[in-house]
Design a protein around this ligand. Structure first.
Ligand code: PMP
Length: 381
């Protein structure tokens, strides 16, 4: 089997697994305890916090550890909306965000906030000008992903953040960096971002660990009531082993970023070229997108059928995003890009990781040809 679903999740790095196992067994103290066991755990936590902060170019006290990016996104969006509601109740996002962002805004809408859902163009992109045009005196938050998890399209977060900072400094800017970290440069503070979400399991770290960068001075209403951990923004005993694992995964991903992006781009371009030569398939990703994601539609076929055929041929890919792939609905992202229902329900995503080679890609290409040849007689017309 060849696994090409790194945007859904990645195999944890062996070094990361070893470190986490060691800490779980040997340093199980509660970092809030004041005895030696607690202090040792607190030291590990502090070191991990500094490591995560360094990888993002921010201060350690600006890092809030969470259970993953779903929680980070919920905390950023609802935490800001609740905290700053007297300033205004208008929020801006796009129609193509991850479910954890999309559903958070839907919930706020039900609770009485007003949300502007920016439309995207046929490549899935939103422009800086669209964001600026949507601003109102009562706008409190703009939330935008850096890289789209289905198509790999890159949003101009640095340009948007810097324009916002000069034109509307009171508007807070949240970036979902989950699919971008380790593939593109991640410097939220220099972009003028106030909040930045990240997930460990997309970068060879553990599932169930994530973080939210919260710029000094930004306040959030916590979503969980409890202890005063994480600067009072996220109650609950910190999961020290997973957090240390995430810090290590972030360091490795940052160190490998340039080399990975270079290698993945070559493989991605080759795969895109192959897909473009297969009649019946339609490319949804662009060559100026993220280096690790290739998304295409097979409008003649239901995506699940294509996915299982590829699996029988030894290739693992994904339909939509992992979080939505069990839903029977066509992709919300592709519909927002103006694709018809057949394309939106026939979408497949290939995503690359560190160890993929030219040989792996040759197997993938062979399987794609074989899949279409096998399914051709069954295509809907
Ligand atoms: N945002 C994006 C862009 C994602 O791709 C994902 C993972 N599918 C998430 C947020 C949620 O991350 P987690 O799995 O850590 O909750």
């Amino acid at each position: 089997m060849k696994y090409f679903d790194y945007a859904a999740t990645t195999p944890p790095d062996s070094d990361v697994v070893r470190t986490m196992a060691e800490i779980m067994e040997a340093h199980y103290g509660n970092p809030s305890s004041i005895h030696g066991y607690g202090e040792r755990a607190d030291q590990l936590l502090r070191r991990a916090r500094s490591g995560c902060a360094a990888a993002l170019g921010v201060k350690p006290e600006e890092i809030v550890f969470t259970s993953g990016a779903t929680e980070s996104n919920n905390l950023a969006i609802k935490g800001v909306a609740l905290r700053y509601q007297t300033r205004g109740k208008h929020l801006i996002t796009t129609a193509t965000e991850h479910a954890s962002v999309y559903e958070s805004f839907l919930q706020l809408q039900q609770w009485g906030w007003e949300v502007t859902w920016l439309p995207v163009d046929s490549d899935g992109r939103v422009s800086t000008q669209q964001v600026m045009d949507a601003l109102r005196p009562d706008t409190v938050l703009v939330s935008l992903m850096h890289v789209n998890n289905e198509t790999g399209i890159i949003h101009p977060v640095a340009e948007i953040g810097n324009r916002l900072k000069s034109a509307a400094p009171r508007v807070l800017f949240h970036v979902d960096g989950v699919q971008a970290f380790g593939k593109l440069e991640a410097k939220p503070a220099s972009w003028g971002a106030d909040l930045y979400s990240l997930s460990a399991h997309k970068i060879r770290g553990p599932k169930g660990a994530g973080l939210l960068y919260v710029r000094s001075g930004v306040e959030l209403t916590p979503l969980l009531s409890g202890g005063s951990q994480e600067q009072g923004m996220r109650a609950g005993t910190e999961n020290v082993p997973l957090i240390v694992g995430m810090a290590k995964a972030m360091r490795l991903a940052a160190e490998r970023q340039l080399a990975f992006a270079g290698r993945a781009t070559v493989l991605r371009d080759r795969i895109m070229q192959t897909i473009e030569t297969i009649p019946g398939l339609r490319m949804n990703s662009r060559k100026d997108g993220a280096p690790h994601i290739i998304h295409f539609s097979y409008p003649g076929m239901k995506a699940e059928v294509a996915l299982h055929t590829l699996e029988q041929l030894g290739i693992i890919v994904s339909t939509q995003s992992a979080c939505s792939s069990r839903s029977a609905e066509p992709s919300r992202v592709l519909l927002a890009m103006g694709r018809d229902a057949a394309s939106a329900s026939g979408g497949l995503r290939i995503s690359l990781g560190n160890e993929h080679t030219e040989e792996d890609v040759a197997l993938l290409e062979q399987a794609l040809h074989q899949m279409v040849a096998q399914l051709r007689p069954l295509e809907r017309r």
